[in-house]
Structure formats: structure tokens, C-alpha cells
Design a protein around this ligand. Structure first.
Ligand code: ATP
Length: 249
């Protein structure tokens, strides 16, 4: 099994405050990983480090076996950023354009989109079941529909792995359910590795087998081999508020 991401002895802080201390994590091809932890525990920071948006203070990150500083196959990695679903409602772009924008390394930012590129866009929209909305303005869609479009945007380059940062914020329960079904399809049928930051602890404890729990600068991996029950691990990093998390759904 290919190691998609390998993090070794990683330290990171903003100015003088350490956020991540001696983090080690391996992510393998086909993994479906949930990253959980209280507000401010460094989940988004970890994602940004894996995308080379932030640089470690110390330690090593490898992507597809290559040092992150030398890695240049970024179209293997899709990213759905935090709050992309709280998109500016007046943004005057169509669904098709929003997805096509992510093709710019291939297309050139201001060049006209070729027919072959449009096909890629339509295929991505088909996967998320949003093809019939291609000419709609993105701002006119519901939060759940927008989220599907952002997934299509991440899919358009045929990535091997997708990072999602709190993708279900602001989305109703029914759309959330459909959204998690879509992620299952991407992972199981399309063999895309998924790494997702989320606060939906109750939902993911049922669906996801490998959960990265972050807190106090540390990281605990919960998977099928863990001796400690998931609830206990969660209690350890969330403290007293842990109980509520499991009864939200
Ligand atoms: N650019 C920045 N400069 C300084 N501190 C920052 C910066 N970005 C984040 N932080 C701080 O680093 C810590 C970790 O932030 P991060 O966004 O990674 O947490 P998180 O676990 O994703 O939180 P949440 O669940 O609220 O999204 C927080 O204390 C945050 O205030």
C-alpha cells in the first residue's frame, strides 16, 4: 500500500506559541480519515502544513514519498477549504466556472476553456450529481448544493487524495447524510483517499474507522487496533464537554 502522506517529528507554532508538538502520522492509499479535536487544537493548521501552505518549525513531511519542498504534483491533491460553503452569495460565477477555475494550471487563468476541459468539468459535476445545475450562479444554490460543487471542483484534476476542512458546517442533517454517502462513494468506488476535519463526532464514530484525535499539541490515532474505546480518547482530549458530542445526533 502506497504511503500518501508521512509526517515525522513535526513541530509547529505561530510566533512563540507551539500548536503541534512532535506529531507523527502516516496516511495510506485508500484511507478515510477523520480529524477531530476541540476548537484551536490545530486541525486546520495540520491540513495547511500537509498542503505546504505553512512550513514546519521542525520535522519532516513527505507527500507520495517525496519531501514536501520538492513535491510538484499538486494536482494529485484536492482541497475543500473551511467555510467554502459560506461562499459570498453575490459571487457572479456559474457552477461550471467555479469547477473549471481549479483547472487553471492546465488551462491558463484567463484563457477560454476548451471543449476537452469542459468535459472534465461536466464529469466532475456528474459524480456529485450536480450536472444539471452547471449554468446556475453558485450564489443561488443551497449550502448543501454548493458543497457538492466544491467537491466537484476538488475532483476535476482526478486527485488521489482529498482534504476537507469542516465540510458540513451550515448544512442541514439530510444534506449531511447525502454528503457522507458521496464521500463513501469517492473512497470505496473511486479509491480516493479522504482526510477530513470535522466536528461531527457522533456521525463519524459510526462511519469512519481511522480517527485522528488532536488536543494539547498532541495527536492520538484511534483505529481498529486501539485498545482504548473511542469515547475514552475523546474524553481525554475534550474533557467534560465530551459527553454532549456523542448525543448530538
Ligand atoms: N495565522 C495565525 N496566526 C496566529 N495564530 C493562529 C493563526 N492561525 C491559527 N492560529 C491559532 O492556532 C491555534 C490552532 O488553530 P487551528 O485553526 O489550526 O485550530 P482548529 O483545531 O482548526 O480550530 P477550529 O476547530 O476552531 O477550526 C488556535 O489557537 C489559533 O488561534
Amino acid at each position: 500500500m502506497e504511503t500518501i502522506i508521512s509526517i515525522k517529528n513535526l513541530f509547529f507554532g505561530y510566533r512563540d506559541k507551539m500548536i503541534l508538538e512532535d506529531i507523527n502520522l502516516d496516511i495510506y492509499e485508500g484511507d478515510y480519515i477523520g480529524i477531530v479535536g476541540p476548537n484551536g487544537s490545530g486541525k486546520s493548521t495540520l491540513i495547511k502544513l500537509m498542503l505546504n501552505i505553512l512550513k514546519p518549525v521542525e520535522g519532516e513531511i513527505k507527500l507520495f514519498g517525496q519531501d514536501i519542498n520538492r513535491f510538484n504534483e499538486w494536482d494529485k491533491i484536492g482541497y475543500v477549504a473551511q467555510k467554502s460553503n459560506l461562499f459570498n452569495k453575490r459571487f457572479p460565477a456559474t457552477v461550471e466556472e467555479v469547477v473549471a477555475m481549479n483547472l487553471y494550471p492546465k488551462v491558463g487563468l484567463f484563457r477560454a476553456i476548451k471543449r476537452s476541459h469542459l468535459e472534465l468539468v461536466h464529469n466532475a459535476l456528474k459524480i456529485v450529481n450536480m450536472e444539471k445545475y452547471k449554468d446556475r450562479l453558485i450564489g443561488d444554490l443551497s449550502g448543501g448544493q454548493q458543497q457538492r460543487v466544491f467537491i466537484a471542483r476538488a475532483l476535476v484534476n482526478f486527485p488521489k487524495v482529498i482534504f476537507l476542512d469542516e465540510p458540513t458546517v451550515g448544512i442541514d442533517i439530510k444534506s449531511q447524510e447525502e454528503f457522507y454517502k458521496l464521500l463513501d462513494k469517492l473512497n470505496k468506488e473511486m479509491k480516493i483517499t479522504i482526510v477530513m476535519v470535522t466536528h461531527d463526532i457522533g456521525v463519524i464514530s459510526d462511519r469512519i474507522k481511522k480517527i485522528v484525535c488532536m488536543g494539547n499539541g498532541k495527536l492520538i490515532i484511534h483505529d481498529e487496533n486501539s485498545k482504548m474505546p473511542f469515547e475514552k480518547t475523546i474524553q481525554k482530549i475534550y474533557g467534560d464537554s465530551a459527553k454532549i458530542l456523542f448525543h448530538e445526533h
